[in-house]
Design a protein around this ligand. Structure first.
Ligand code: APR
Ligand code: PHB
Length: 389
């Protein structure tokens, strides 16, 4: 089999790249090791930057997003009970849209299926070959039969644990990592959200986040130790802890109910450099990981593949390699700024087990500064709603 661009991974990055390329008349094949249902079963954040919404519109998958997505003008930080709302629209005239990643993936899957483009789910033993030359190939096993896909380019959109980055010689890549000494215990519940916008809360017992998927489905998180087990958390224990960290009228307003999903996610910052190796490109979680505090994961995946699609369209349309030669430097500049913001939000809002009294005062000073300075608030607003793609 042959195609122009072989895409490894049918998550948001792989599917959005496929949509953008197919819309430009560039044939792709997506190879995904899991089933479509498994991919859709992942519970992931869904705060979309304005640039991501515009890219999804460009990909032709924005209809449900605009119908069901919740446009938020701001977000609240609560620091030891002191609350401050950052009004993005007033500060910089931009917004975010709350729309679950699962729904983004579903919209992209349905668009790809309707277009007739080839997606091979449950592709096993995917391996990459020849990407350091001009005839890359991807091998895989489907239903026990070995296949080889010849292509012009390979896009590694296969996430942090994928095969693409792992296929590179050790000396070809540098990685940068920070593993945080805590995780997020999250639950999904079919109850109305506690507030109209997201609430990020710092408390001496730990961080908490109030989010949502719709007006009737909410998503809550509490910070837990890195080695915590979800089996130790009944719903009642979760709700009690969340109330203690939110405090005041927010805790009183909380509408609790039985969790329909409960899990613990680790937090890490990670970047691989560079992101282009001959005919192989890395994008999305295959290239970087951010702590979810800044809600940047999906948005970075979108900006990566937006840039990669532009570069590949330029190559096929003009036989120019300027875009693909500049891909890595272009996306890494934006990636590191999002990594900085995600690290900064994580650093001021969480409690660190080995911290000292000076560090706790610095966290408080950060909050007091951003809530007291319009310049600082505008910086929060422009980073949270997304720096230019
Ligand atoms: N072969 C084929 N597919 C693979 C392989 C492999 N060896 N390894 C992983 N995959 C698939 C995974 O099953 C997954 O469906 O690649 C896909 C990668 O998708 P994501 O992990 O969702 O990564 P990405 O598309 O970059 O989206 C980033 O997802 O993890 C969140 O917070 C992150 O919101 C961000 C978004
Ligand atoms: C979520 O709704 O799951 C969510 C929202 C914002 C974040 C992280 C997660 O920063």
């Amino acid at each position: 089999m042959r195609t122009k661009v072989a895409i490894i991974g049918a998550g948001p990055a792989g599917l959005l790249l496929g949509r953008l390329l197919e819309n430009a008349g560039i044939e792709t094949v997506v190879l995904e090791r899991r089933s479509a249902d498994y991919v859709l079963g992942r519970i992931r954040a869904g705060v979309l930057e304005q640039g991501t919404v515009e890219l999804l519109d460009k990909a032709g998958v924005g209809e449900r997003l605009h119908a069901d997505g919740l446009v938020h003008d701001g977000v609240e930080f609560c620091f030891d009970g002191d609350r401050h709302r950052f009004d993005f629209r007033a500060l910089i005239g931009r917004t975010v849209t709350v729309y679950g990643q699962t729904e983004v993936t579903r919209d992209l899957m349905q668009a790809r299926e309707f277009s007739g483009a080839t997606t091979i789910y449950e592709a096993e033993n995917v391996s990459l070959h020849g990407f350091d030359g001009d005839q890359p190939r991807v091998r895989y096993v489907k239903d026990g039969i070995e296949h080889e896909l010849s292509c012009d380019f390979i896009a590694g959109c296969d996430g942090y644990h994928g095969v693409a980055r792992a296929s590179l010689p050790e000396e070809a890549i540098r990685t940068f990592e920070r593993v945080y000494p805590f995780g997020w215990l999250g639950i999904l519940v079919d109850r109305p959200p506690v507030a109209d916008e997201l609430i990020y809360a710092h408390h001496e017992r730990g961080f908490a986040l109030c989010s949502m998927r719709s007006h009737t489905r909410s998503r809550y998180y509490v910070q837990v130790p890195a080695d915590e087990k979800v089996e130790g958390w009944s719903d009642d224990r979760f709700w009690d802890e969340l109330r203690r960290r939110l405090g005041g009228e927010t805790a009183e307003r909380l509408v609790t109910g039985p969790s329909i999903e409960k899990s613990i996610a680790p937090l890490r910052s990670f970047v691989a450099e560079p992101l282009r190796f001959g005919r192989l490109f890395l994008a999305g979680d295959a290239a970087h990981i951010v702590p979810p505090t800044g809600a940047k994961g999906l948005n970075l995946a979108a900006s990566d593949v937006g840039a990669l699609a532009e570069a590949l369209v330029e190559f096929y349309a003009e036989r120019s390699t300027a875009g693909i030669d500049g891909y890595s430097a272009r996306v890494l500049s934006r990636i590191w700024k999002a990594e900085r913001f995600s690290w900064w939000m994580t650093s001021i809002l969480h409690t660190f087990p080995d911290t000292d009294s000076f560090s706790r005062r610095i966290q408080r000073a950060e909050f007091d500064y951003i809530r007291g300075s319009r310049a600082a608030a505008r910086s929060i607003a422009e980073n949270y709603t997304g720096l230019p793609f």
